[in-house]
Ligand binder design. Structure first.
Ligand code: TTP
Length: 284
């Protein structure tokens, strides 16, 4: 299992570079090889999933970036299901999670001609983390949880529905960091979120992606997402440049300058980059 940001990015970039684009005359369904390389980005509320996905927008001709449909959850024909769920979970959590499940299914099954599909969350995290937490905390009755589970299991087993994921990027944060970010962004509906809720969700992400207490269908890359977002941006920029230079078989001079510049910005950043640099230069 890889343990850092640069590994997760370079795995995705490799796929962006190597994966063939689907030609106009063939459908994605006709060939497993042609199925887009599908990545789901997971992690607690406030772990930085949206920011991570946005980094890939410069390749949007080759990557289908599917952000989480939060706006749909906030406005289903003017009904704000997200708010209803937070204000009265016992009444509305089944309604909300059913709609989350539907919109996630739409994302999983969305056709694309692009070789890589990058999704924020998945059907799996909605079920194993959120629905599970609602049931455990008594906000969703067992009977309702079983209805949701029945749909979930059916979709997973249905031979006509392709829910496969090839890589899971797990943005792992300390619960305190996630909570601070949630408070800082102050998304209206989330003012009722407290420390215990974030702690419980953290534990469920750990149970699923670290301890595998729920099924994990793809390799997991764990990223330390406690870092300041600016560090992440810098690392991302350098990896990208390195990758592009490597691909074009340029001399590494330009890259070396980038690394030197970054070296000045701190040892921890440098050590992360060194791993990536060795890989890139070693392959030349
Ligand atoms: P997240 O899916 O965690 O998205 P985010 O915007 O917090 O991600 P990040 O900060 O990492 O970019 O949650 C969005 C909101 O929807 C949040 O209030 C939790 C809620 N939610 C549920 O209640 N149930 C679910 O099944 C899912 C997926 C989200």
């Amino acid at each position: 299992m890889c343990q850092n940001f640069s590994d997760s990015v370079s795995q995705i970039l490799t796929q962006i570079q190597n994966r063939p684009v689907v030609s106009k005359n063939e459908t994605i369904e006709t060939s497993a090889v042609r199925r887009p390389f599908t990545v789901s980005v997971e992690g607690n509320i406030g772990s930085g999933k949206s920011t991570y996905l946005k980094h890939f927008s410069r390749w949007n001709d080759r990557v289908d970036i599917i952000m989480e449909p939060v706006e749909k959850w906030r406005n289903l024909k003017r009904h704000n299901l997200l708010q209803m769920m937070y204000e009265d979970p016992k009444r509305w959590s089944l309604t909300f999670q059913t709609y989350v499940q539907l919109t996630m299914l739409q994302n999983h099954t969305k056709n694309t001609e692009k070789p890589v599909k990058l999704m924020e969350r998945s059907l799996h995290s909605a079920k194993y983390c959120f629905a599970e937490n609602l049931k455990r905390t008594g906000k969703m009755p067992e009977s309702e949880y079983e209805v949701l589970s029945g749909w979930f299991d059916f979709m997973l087993q249905c031979p006509n529905i392709d829910l496969s994921v090839d890589l899971i990027v797990y943005l792992k944060t300390d619960p305190e960091v996630a909570l601070r970010r949630v408070k800082e962004r102050s998304r209206g509906e989330e003012h009722l979120i407290n420390e215990q809720y974030i702690q419980d969700l953290h534990q469920l992400h750990e149970d699923w992606l670290t301890h595998q207490k729920f099924p994990v269908h793809a390799p997991v890359v764990v990223v330390d997402a406690n870092k300041d977002i600016q560090d992440m941006r810098e690392i991302f920029t350098v990896i990208t440049k390195s990758f592009q230079a490597h691909d074009k078989e340029n001399t590494p001079e330009g890259i070396t300058d980038d690394f030197k510049a970054l070296k000045r910005s701190g040892d921890s950043l440098e050590s992360k980059l060194k791993v990536q640099r060795q890989k890139i230069l070693g392959e030349r």
